[in-house]
Design a protein around this ligand. Sequence first.
Ligand code: NAP
Length: 360
Amino acid sequence: MKKWNVGIIGATGMVGQRFATLLENHPWFTVTALAASSRSAGKPYSEVVSKRWAMKTEIPASMADMVLYDATADIDKIKEKVDFVFCAVDMPKDEIKKLEEMYAKAEVPVVSNNSAHRGTPDVPMVIPEINADHLEVIASQRRRLGTKRGFVAVKSNCSLQSYVPALHPLKEVYGLKAALACTYQAISGAGKTFETMPEILDNIIPYIGGEEEKSEQEPLKIWGKVEGGKIVSATEPSITAQCLRVPVSDGHTAAVFAKFEKKPEIEDIKKIWAEFKGPAQESGLPSAPKQFLHYFEEDNRPQAKLDRELEGGMAVSVGRLRPDSQYDVKFVCLSHNTLRGAAGGAVLLAELLAAKGYLD
Ligand code: NAP
């Protein structure tokens, strides 16, 4: 089996640490370069992250002594060591856009967690179970950038990684007219722990900057069509969202209301969820959950604490499905925000890209 060398840009951050742990024993990908800001560059990884290590497992031994590169200044050095990079950095959007295109133009494909390029029409934003066909826009992106190998591909925002997968197979069968989602989002989604976000204890904060717009608009790109080398966003369904920060370490929950063109039966929906598979499952990608959507009959599930690690944190949990008087149905769903919602989703996307030859 072919193996790919990979770099993690933003390796010291919350998502970067997740990448490090997920890739430690990955069957296809070997981490050969770690990079962060100039503040961290030149120091061993373990020295920089030891005081802010937020994972439950130890710092991967194979990476502990790696000396961090400067993500911007050292692109030429990183390029020599990797076949592609994962990118998750906290920088102004325009700087991230520029940084990611610098890697792409250096012929280093970028699989990104950042939101900077999600709206770029020739950058695919892919949930591998849902819109793998959008990868075909990479050819026109390469033409725009003047590259042979280099491109940017992104994963979508973590807030929608539970309700878009739950709604997608229903949309295919019943036609989705409208969706309303209230999200209850974990603090790791802000790169925080309870130590670094004490204001969340015994509290709920009803504002996450930019999150409601992403939660409403990004699903329309995911459900969009490739036309003339670009992704044209869908115009339906209408989606409205409210996003709250809650005192939970990991796992974003969403309370969802949905209206369809054809009214579904509750038991049929459960059957559709149980049977739903996408290219990630069909191609046997290493990080793909065997079953993508798990339905719980218990009234008090899904719960972040109990269900976020299901299938390595890559599955989506759904429960409390019932009829609604205003919409057709309502339900609650949950996905792990730094696994399925961030690093894990990006690793799965990279596996799809590798399997389809985009990283050769
Ligand atoms: P974080 O914990 O604050 O980490 C930020 C990372 O960016 C660190 O590695 C930091 O390096 C690096 N960085 C900051 N300024 C830089 C610069 N000028 N040049 C190069 N690297 C720089 O943030 P995070 O939560 O991991 O989020 C990272 C990205 O992923 C963000 O775009 C975020 O929106 C996105 N995201 C996060 C989640 C989540 O659940 N947390 C989910 C989806 C998407 P230093 O340590 O050297 O400062």
